[in-house]
Design a protein around this ligand. Structure first.
Ligand code: NAD
Ligand code: UDP
Length: 330
């Protein structure tokens, strides 16, 4: 017998980016229809070219700072440049993308009574005075520094999401994402994982900012996307009220110094690159590690499964292929 269960039509903003394109792969694989909205500022068609002809996939080139009128059942709002180099390139546009983008997507969700997910960030905790970071920590953010367009933009977006939740009973899901890596990261985005791998593969110096003793936790993209889906699939509350809105931290609690990461990349690539030290950028947090108790409690014991070494191997293979392709000029 054929299954006449209506399939969901899902909007992914920022779907041509690194994380969004992996999310789209998972949604298509489980049978959903996907509309990808992206202005291709940091994303690329290369990330979605394997699904461009898919019958349940549609791409719309659109900037989320402008209103959007379409019909969908769910929205994942990921549109926003994520790396410091990209979001500081045009800081005003970054704040507009976070804030106007949130207003437009929340307005769309309100009209459609659609569940809406927000890709927030660990940057809402700023340079945290509390370690590891739990969701009830309010953060330590500079409102006027070079990172503020991103940090405060994302904080304002969270405010808007929770006001739509309280004021309009919108079914929101806010996830605070910690550093994530994997294939389809932008090779020139200045993020530490992509920088180190590209430098190692090219035999260039590995640039450690500061003394390399600052820490980060690195989550492989498949683990992150699994967390997104579990969060969005949590049912509504009793009497049709919105379900659990979050915020929920999603990230890998395994903490490494940047120097340890450099050493691991050199080892796995077998590179002859040397480590060199450069000044620490302004407002660069010294420590960052998620507390994921809430995710484990609400998301059916969600926790990252992919070890750093395994994830790095897959990411190295991706960049290796990309650099070889670029060398061939394709
Ligand atoms: P990315 O830059 O690869 O993807 C962002 C996508 O949004 C790109 O495809 C870009 O073209 C698109 N975009 C930017 N501005 C837009 C606009 N005005 N209108 C339409 N599209 C626009 O970054 P990513 O790493 O995939 O991040 C995805 C989301 O997750 C972002 O919201 C980011 O803030 C959040 N996040 C990511 C990380 C991480 O470690 N990757 C950590 C915390 C939060
Ligand atoms: N970093 C580094 N060398 C690089 C790129 C980044 O030492 O070539 C450091 C950076 O100063 C920061 C950490 O790596 O302390 C993570 O940087 P990234 O930009 O990846 O993420 P974020 O600072 O947003 O966590």
């Amino acid at each position: 017998m054929r299954n006449y269960e209506p399939r969901k039509r899902i909007l992914v903003t920022g779907g041509a980016g690194f994380v969004g394109s992996h999310l789209i792969d998972r949604l298509l694989a489980r049978g959903d229809e996907v509309v990808c909205v992206d202005n291709l500022f940091t994303g690329t068609k290369r990330n979605i070219e394997h699904v461009l002809d898919h019958p349940r996939f549609e791409f719309m080139r659109h900037d989320v700072t402008f209103p959007l009128y379409i019909e969908v059942d769910q929205i994942y709002n990921l549109a926003c440049p994520a790396s410091p180099i990209h979001y500081q390139h045009d800081p005003v546009a970054t704040t507009k993308t976070s804030v106007h983008g949130a207003i437009n997507m929340l307005g769309l969700a309100k009209r459609l009574k659609a569940r809406i997910f927000q890709a927030s960030t660990s940057e809402v905790y700023g340079d945290p005075a509390v370690h590891p970071q739990r969701e009830d920590y309010w953060g330590n953010v500079n409102p006027i520094g070079p990172r503020s367009c991103y940090d405060e933009g994302k904080r304002c977006a969270e405010t808007l999401f929770f006001d739509y939740y309280r004021q309009h009973q919108l079914d929101i899901r806010v996830a605070r994402i910690f550093n994530t890596y994997g294939p389809r990261m932008h090779p020139n985005d200045g993020r530490v994982v992509s920088n180190f791998i590209v430098q190692a593969l090219k035999g260039e110096d590995i640039t450690l900012y500061g003394d390399g003793q600052q820490t980060r936790s690195f989550c492989y993209v498949d683990d992150l996307v699994e967390g997104f889906l579990r969060f969005m699939d949590l049912p509504k509350g009793a009497n049709g009220e919105p379900g659990f809105p979050g915020p929920i931290n999603l990230g890998n609690p395994g903490e490494f110094t940047i120097r340890q990461l450099a050493e691991k990349v050199i080892e796995l690539t077998g590179s002859s690159s040397q480590m060199v030290f450069r000044p620490l950028p302004a407002d660069d947090p010294m420590q960052r590690q998620p507390n994921i108790e809430r995710a484990r409690e609400y998301l059916n014991d969600w926790q990252p499964q992919v070890q750093l070494e395994d994830g790095l191997r897959k990411t190295i293979a991706f960049f290796d292929a990309l650099l070889t392709e670029d060398d061939r000029g394709s």
